[in-house]
Design a protein around this ligand. Structure first.
Ligand code: PMP
Ligand code: GLN
Length: 399
């Protein structure tokens, strides 16, 4: 191979994972966290908590390691974790799930998404996704040879226009991919959105893939409604979640898929060749977490809601009006009042100017639609109170 870099480049570009200019680049999260580390700025960019989760969960992992739970777990995940996932679905949502046939443990929600898309898509199949979207979605669709069709979520409500949704879904649609509560906007979809997704999936014989990793982080007295609970959704819904956000263990990468048995078998067929299995001592620990009392789950939502409020008022004082997030780790601000036209340039300057790192919303959209999101910035609220206070003070001082 005379030109090895060109050769590799061609392989990589066929995956659709290269940037628009043909370069391969780290994800926006890696880029911005590296910038925070380099400059010593406060990292309100990448969504990870800076405090530990419940002591019982951490202790269960230590105990598992100490007692020798260190070899490959079963391919579908340990029987006890699958039972805990099924119990969790029954307790919070009234859903009866068969832990042996309808649950698959994965290396985070990320692997669950990749394995699902690789399992269900044929090259050329369309995947309808709300935009902005979590970066792994476009990458997963590209790896599977699918075609991304986007439906915009626009400031100031971030709810989709149902006519646009109807226009996007057609007979070439294999998957409608939903993320609720939504990263990066913090929106929680209205009931009519969920119902329309299910109606359209039926009409066009599509699958629903739903990423509900922020299921326990919803605010203002609301409770999470899984799409699988909408009448007639279950038979065509693949529900994905993870222990990372709920138990503040984002580095453990214990996720799961819940779906009818035939779909689980298809996804397992792919998953076994991606990681085979992962995280044996973390699986019993996440099972302990899923069985914590209701008060724990209410508590984490209440704490994050207060942090959202603190972040919003701090950002407002810094001249940054925000969307009131109904869930998730994130709050989106409109920087146009500060004269910002390009939030990417603003975010690249922010560490030097204010000692804060944040993420431009345009990083979560297809190139053609960047202009719609140009002045919007995503801030992570899942940080210590003193960190949020310090960051927003710095932002206000840098105006
Ligand atoms: N989906 C969404 C919407 C996310 O925000 C994240 C967070 N990183 C993931 C999936 C990935 O979850 P995990 O860390 O369990 O792979
Ligand atoms: N989900 C996290 C976020 O949106 C980041 C995860 C990652 O770095 N891939 O910030």
């Amino acid at each position: 191979m005379r030109n090895p870099s060109g050769g590799w480049q061609r392989v990589a570009s066929s995956t659709g994972l290269l940037a628009a200019d043909g370069s391969s680049s780290p994800t926006i999260f890696a880029e911005m966290s590296a910038l925070a580390a380099e400059t010593g700025a406060i990292n309100l960019g990448q969504g990870f908590p800076d405090e530990d989760g419940p002591a019982e969960v951490l202790e269960a992992a230590r105990a598992a390691i100490a007692s020798g739970v260190n070899q490959y777990p079963p391919g579908r995940g340990t029987a006890d974790l699958r039972a805990a996932i099924a119990e969790h679905q029954a307790r919070f949502y009234g859903l009866a799930v068969d832990p042996d046939r309808e649950v698959l443990v994965t290396a985070g929600a990320t692997e669950a998404l990749a394995a699902t898309l690789l399992a269900v898509l044929e090259p050329g199949d369309e995947v309808v996704v709300f935009e902005p979207f979590y970066d792994a979605y476009a990458a997963g669709v590209a790896l599977a040879g699918g075609v991304l069709v986007t439906v915009p979520l626009l400031w100031p409500t971030f709810q989709p226009d149902l006519d646009e949704l109807r226009r996007a879904v057609g007979d070439r649609t294999r998957v409608i991919l939903v993320n609720d509560p939504h990263n990066p906007t913090g929106v929680v979809f209205d009931d009519e959105v969920r119902r329309e997704v299910v109606r359209l999936a039926h009409r066009h014989d599509a699958l629903i893939v739903t990423d509900e990793v922020y299921e326990h982080l919803v605010f203002d007295g609301r409770t999470h409604v899984p799409i699988a609970t909408v009448p007639e959704a279950r038979e065509r819904t693949i529900t994905i979640s993870s222990g990372g956000k709920t138990f503040s263990t984002t580095g453990w990468k214990i996720g799961w898929v819940i779906a009818p048995p035939a779909l689980i078998d298809m996804i397992l067929t792919v998953k076994q060749f991606l990681t085979y299995v992962n995280g044996s001592p973390f699986q019993p620990a996440i099972a302990v977490g899923l069985r914590l009392p209701d008060a724990f789950f209410r508590g984490i939502a209440a704490v994050l809601e207060r942090k959202r409020d603190l972040l919003r008022s701090g950002l407002a004082a810094a001249g940054l009006p925000t969307f009131r997030a109904a869930g998730s780790y994130f709050t989106v601000a409109d920087a146009s009042e500060l004269g910002v036209e390009d939030a990417r340039a603003f975010c690249l300057e922010l560490p030097a100017r204010a000692g804060v790192v944040a993420i431009p919303l345009a990083a979560f959209v297809t190139t053609a639609h960047r202009a719609r999101y140009a002045p919007l910035v995503r801030f992570a609220a899942c940080k210590r109170v003193d960190v949020i206070e310090d960051a927003t003070r710095r932002l206000a001082a840098s105006r």
